[in-house]
Design a protein around this ligand. Structure first.
Ligand SMILES: [Zn+2]
Length: 282
């Protein structure tokens, strides 16, 4: 079992690239929303902007954090520190335990990002995309990724994670995150079956709605159980009517690379909550 998990981890980059290509083709031939139909130039510009943020985050993470995470994981393993080291579990059991712990943490981190004004300033870069597709899956402000990367250091120690456990979590989570953001639709039956376990395109389109009650739902990244367990699971009666994005952030200036990087400094800092009268009612 450990060998299988290690294989998944080793092939993670290829899985992410393969998933990206499949979803780009799927979105091209059978998009759920038609915002890019017959608009190849617009789609390419949108992708280029989102990919630029992705590359910036990847460079920052690999230069500043991979070695620290590695050090934290080694320290934890050598000193048998952290939660998963307190149980006599097989190697694969520890690995899956760490994956579950990181998935719960990601749920709560995401939820905090919606209710803490300082965090929402950064997180709204991700939500402000009115044309959400697979390229949105890594459209995050570099500040948001920096803060979550820093928090990951004590979490590695607290959870008792080995470095390959963290790589396994990323390898499993990224394809699910790409899939849930893609501008695709599954049949209602397939979406219903899949969301028993994982986050589906239906669930995550609801999260990216600009209607605040929908924005503040479906926070989980991989396993749908956390939304059901913590009371934030929500579906839409008519998904095709959902309006993606955020009010005040639709202009080309806000959607440009500079506009996205400046978004945390912008004037409109309202959180997605009921007091916000500018939010659209469905
Ligand atoms: Zn969110």
């Amino acid at each position: 079992m450990k060998d299988v998990l290690l294989k998944i981890t080793e092939s993670s980059n290829w899985v992410v690239i393969f998933t990206l290509l499949i979803l780009l083709v799927w979105e091209g031939y059978a998009p759920y929303f038609s915002f890019f139909r017959q608009k190849m130039k617009k789609r390419a510009l949108h992708a280029a902007r989102n990919f630029t943020l992705t590359v910036m985050n990847a460079i920052m993470t690999s230069l500043m954090f991979i070695w620290i995470w590695n050090w934290a994981a080694d320290f934890t393993t050598v000193h048998q520190f952290g939660l998963m080291n307190q149980f006599a579990l097989p190697a694969w059991g520890k690995a899956l335990g760490v994956v579950l712990l990181f998935d719960i943490w990601t749920y709560w981190w995401h939820r905090f990002s919606h209710v803490v004004p300082f965090l929402w300033r950064f997180h709204r870069v991700h939500h402000s995309d009115p044309q959400m597709d697979v390229t949105t899956s890594n459209r995050f402000h570099i500040g948001e990724i920096f803060i979550s990367n820093v928090i990951r250091i004590p979490l590695i120690m607290l959870f008792g994670a080995e470095f390959w456990h963290i790589a396994l979590f990323s390898a499993l989570m990224f394809p699910v995150v790409q899939f849930q953001h893609a501008n695709i639709g599954l049949t209602p039956t397939l979406d219903r079956l899949l969301r028993i376990i994982l986050v589906t395109p239906h669930m995550h389109k609801v999260h990216h709605s600009r209607y605040y009650k929908e924005t503040n739902s479906n926070y989980t990244s991989m396993f749908s159980i956390w939304d059901r367990l913590f009371g934030s699971f929500r579906l839409s009666k008519d998904l095709s009517k959902i309006q993606l994005g955020l009010n005040h952030f639709d202009s080309d200036k806000k959607q440009s690379l500079g506009g996205m990087l400046a978004t945390p400094l912008g004037k409109n800092h309202t959180l997605p909550k009921s007091e916000n009268k500018t939010e659209l009612e469905p």
